[in-house]
Design a protein. Structure first.
Ligand code: 3PG
Length: 306
């Protein structure tokens, strides 16, 4: 049985060591394809793999066609918008994610980006504080919950909107539920995005919504670039010179954002929310264990293409 780790953006070495231990203890073979630069390398490496562990790596119909022995793909992380789920099902390949395993890392980065933005990108000028400000968490999943936990320590008042999460789960976490995205943006000084990229959410963060934010509103995106309507956000930021945007998911129009809004826009050069040794260990080893469990007991608990 061959388990491939295919990561264009590699895990920390300590996480790969942990994955290897899980795989080899189960009597399987580990193959590594790290930092690959073109799709053909993935097509070659996956040809004889029984299972593959990925991060944001694209698993589309062409990759699945090339993967003649593949039974399972595990996205070591939360968002699985990089896997063509219908094609996986058509190829009889089980697709899973590892929910929650890297969420603290992403949440810590979201708070770090907030501090950076309210301190004027660390340019030495007088900024503002997070204490006493209203934080809106857009989607109260694993990352959103961690953001709430950390933001409490900063003394922020925390609100959340999530159509799929009951109010009780928010109130139990000391968070005030609101019942529409509009209400969240209208209420909050800072909005932190934690929605997945789906047909429903793509382009949904638009001028009308962000334009509801109070003066000096700050939008933080550690989720996916696709959820932002970039043209409209640019238009809004041109009209509202008080609005700031910081992202761990670089916009397609990064150069334009940088030129137009030098002092109130920042994006990381490469998505790094989950780039910590801890997150790599947690998500990578969870992925390896889920594969072993799937092959040995048939467990499909984290399957996302049912
Ligand atoms: C996720 O969905 O788990 C995060 O966006 C992290 O993605 P990454 O593994 O590509 O860093």
């Amino acid at each position: 049985m061959k388990i491939l780790v295919a990561t264009e953006k590699p895990f920390a070495k300590v996480a790969v060591d942990g994955i290897r231990e899980v795989v080899e203890n189960a009597g399987y073979e580990l193959a590594l394809l790290e930092k690959y630069t073109d799709k053909q390398q993935l097509l070659n490496a996956i040809a004889d793999a029984d299972a593959v562990i990925i991060r944001s790596d694209i698993i589309d119909a062409e990759v699945l066609d090339a993967a003649k022995n593949l039974k399972i793909v595990v996205r070591a992380g939360a968002g699985y918008d990089n896997i063509d789920l219908a094609a996986a099902t058509a190829h009889k390949v089980v697709a899973m994610n590892t929910p929650g395993q890297n969420s603290n890392a992403v949440a810590e980065l979201a708070l770090g980006l907030m501090v950076m933005a309210v301190r004027n990108m660390y340019n030495g000028t007088s900024g503002t504080e997070l204490m006493g400000k209203k934080l809106g968490i857009h989607a109260f999943g694993n990352v959103g919950r961690n953001v709430a936990r950390i933001a409490k320590g900063f003394g922020m008042s925390i609100y959340a909107y999530d159509a799929y999460c009951p109010d009780e789960a928010m109130t139990a976490a000391g968070v005030t539920p609101v019942h529409s995205a509009e209400e969240l943006y209208k209420t909050c000084d800072v909005v932190s995005l934690h929605i997945p990229a789906t047909d429903e959410t793509k382009n949904s963060i638009n001028k009308a919504l962000v334009g509801l934010m109070p003066k000096n509103g700050l939008l933080v995106n550690t989720a996916r670039k696709e959820v932002i309507n970039e043209d409209e956000l640019i238009e809004l930021m041109q009209e509202r010179t008080d609005i700031k945007y910081v992202a761990d998911v670089m916009p397609a129009a990064d150069a334009k954002f940088r030129t137009l809004f030098a002092d109130r826009y920042f994006a990381t050069p490469k998505k790094m929310g989950a780039q910590t040794a801890e997150a790599n260990i947690n998500a990578g080893i969870a992925a390896a264990k889920q594969i072993v469990d799937f092959f040995t007991t048939g467990n499909t608990r984290f399957q996302v293409n049912k």
